[in-house]
Design a protein around this ligand. Structure first.
Ligand SMILES: NC(=O)c1ccc[n+]([C@@H]2O[C@H](COP(=O)([O-])OP(=O)(O)OC[C@H]3O[C@@H](n4cnc5c(N)ncnc54)[C@H](O)[C@@H]3O)[C@@H](O)[C@H]2O)c1
Length: 284
């Protein structure tokens, strides 16, 4: 079995949304393993803080400000990184936002932001980097941030849920495209369960309907009290990617339970079933 350091002990890593949470954790882990890490985020200050942490721990990193909702910024990033550092070995399409609120109450701008960051950011990360990965002729790894939410239904988190179902489908098709073309590019769907990050930060959710606050706070508290330690989760993710797994989990039991529920739902074609959590924290 390959160990993470055998696969990710050198070379270049690019992580989007790496100023916080899972992106920051994966960037730090890649740096600790010996990769040169390109830390990107829409927030320049937090990206730099991640770089500072990697460098303080003896690693090599640089920060580049990138808004993944703008395809041209991902094109520019790919060009800059390949010019400056050569072939990219590890690309993590991680940047994402949560959006809380009933479908018809979420403003158009927040819908667009959620689709553009969570889904189009992943698609255009792949579109920008893969041709250059192919041209380099070197083995490479791509991890796209899916979610356990990619397999279920969650009312009042519809915008987010839609993007995660789509990222999962995108990653499955991308995996098969690599196989069809016999390319040395490994694709993983990274499926976090509950990892302690800022995604439900009560200060976040710009443009969400006003009554979403309670839902956000309840999710934030649940994550704080029951979420997996971030660095532990990120070690698990890179180890599974090093083993060339398509499915990369933080909570395999939780994933299996939710995926099992979906299989049953599809096989029996029941109406959608309300998750217990949805009733507990539903917005007004
Ligand atoms: N934390 C969990 O338990 C969990 C569960 C399932 C899936 N995920 C997924 O993991 C990924 C990371 O989430 P997290 O929990 O670490 O959240 P987080 O809020 O802690 O970090 C997200 C990062 O993305 C950045 N970002 C937001 N918009 C951006 C943009 N337009 N361009 C570039 N960067 C942008 C933010 O500045 C932030 O640094 C997301 O795709 C999320 O859906 C997380």
């Amino acid at each position: 079995m390959a160990h993470d350091v055998d696969v990710f002990g050198g070379g270049v890593a690019v992580v989007t949304g790496a100023g916080s949470g899972i992106g920051a954790g994966l960037a730090r882990r890649a740096g600790a393993l010996g990769m040169t890490v390109v830390v990107t985020d829409v927030n320049a200050a937090t990206a730099q803080a991640t770089v500072d942490a990697i460098v303080a721990a003896g690693g090599t990193a640089e920060a580049i400000t990138v808004d993944v909702s703008r395809p041209e910024e991902l094109d520019r990033l790919a060009e800059t990184v390949f010019d400056r550092h050569g072939a990219v070995r590890l690309l993590i399409n991680n940047a994402g936002i949560e959006t809380v609120g009933y479908t018809w109450e979420v403003p158009a701008a927040r819908w667009e932001a959620t689709l553009n960051i969570n889904l189009h950011g992943v698609i255009h990360g792949v579109r920008a980097f893969v041709p250059r990965m192919i041209a380099s002729g070197q083995e490479a790894w791509i991890g796209n941030l899916s979610s356990v939410g990619a397999f279920g239904q969650m009312p009042a988190q519809t915008a987010y849920t839609v993007t995660k179902h789509a990222v999962q489908a995108f990653s499955e098709c991308l995996y098969l495209e690599m196989e069809l073309k016999a390319l040395p590019i490994h694709v993983s769907a990274i499926v976090p369960g509950l990892i302690r990050t800022n995604i439900f930060n009560p200060e976040g959710g710009e443009g969400e309907p006003g009554q979403s606050q309670g839902h956000r706070q309840a999710m934030f508290a649940m994550m704080r009290d029951h979420g997996m330690d971030l660095d532990h989760g990120c070690r698990l993710f890179l180890q599974q990617m090093a083993e060339n797994r398509f499915w990369v989990h933080s909570h395999p039991d939780m994933s299996a339970q939710i995926i099992g529920g979906r299989v049953k739902f599809l096989a029996e074609q029941t109406p959608p079933m309300m998750p217990d959590l949805a009733r507990q924290i539903a917005v007004d």
